[in-house]
Write a protein that binds this ligand. Sequence first.
Ligand SMILES: [Zn+2]
Ligand SMILES: [Zn+2]
Length: 334
Amino acid sequence: MQITVWQADSVGALLQRGTAQLLEPGPDEALLEVLHGGLCHSDLSMIDNSWGVSAYPLVPGHEVVGRVVQVGEGVDPSLVGQLRGLGWIAGSCRHCSWCLGGEANLCADLEATVVGRSGGFASHVKGHQDWLIPIPEGLSPADAGPLFCGGITVFAPLLDEAVSPTARVAVIGIGGLGHMALQFAKAWGCEVTAITTHPERKAAEATAFGAHGVVALSALADQAGRFDLIINTSNHSLDWDAVVGSLAPRGRLHQLGVVTEPIPLQAFPFIAGRLQFTGSPTSSPASLRRMVDFCARHGIKPQVEHLPMAEINTAIERLRKGDVRYRFVLDGPV
Ligand SMILES: [Zn+2]
Ligand SMILES: [Zn+2]
């Protein structure tokens, strides 16, 4: 089958519109006609081969909302016509202990949507049926795309770690991930603090997303012993002593920003306060389904800027400069 794609032909290249051959959906796979695609920072990392796993031509895009147009063997044909979301993961082995235990995002044989295969900035993209998430009534398909990578990344630390609604939660970095984390933590029932380098610019919006308070990153030392959970979306090196110092006893620092330098942590506060340092990669299909239901119930959605798919290079260029409030969605047709 001939499909239309937006692809990078070499490291760091602008995307070019072209055509490619896409194999029919295999067993347990379904084919989506792409309607909307969120642009994630990981797409830039893939275009730039920052992780050394990119193959060119590269078709990025892993925050897809599309309509099922064809199903492979073993997939209920009634899926055809349904709206589904597809994120970073497009398949898992289904047989290992992690898959069987409901944590398929930890499977060693994951199929990532944009690694070694054609991603979502295309007319069509394939995924295994487990990872094609139904879009519930009440969730706008046009805005839902960023939930399937960015959204689940910040929802997992609440859902998968069973955070108490009485927790005091801080979110560091109010951007593509952080603005969704604020909404989730607020609806979860938590006391929510936004921590940002630009409180003067971000305070009003952070409050609108659900923050009860806004604190300047430079003033974090004043929050000693306060937070039960810190969700850190920043990929910059921070004053780690101040970050750890702001945790309450049994508090947890959950790291989501890929800081390239090592993170130096003092042992003593972790011993004395029974603290934890954790991280997580997206989440399971079950958690993705629970997330979209939670969003529909609480009116949570990413704040997105829409552009037609033909302006994808503009979106990439602006995301590289951090010039987006708060996430781009590229709209089809491709
Ligand atoms: Zn597995
Ligand atoms: Zn992503």
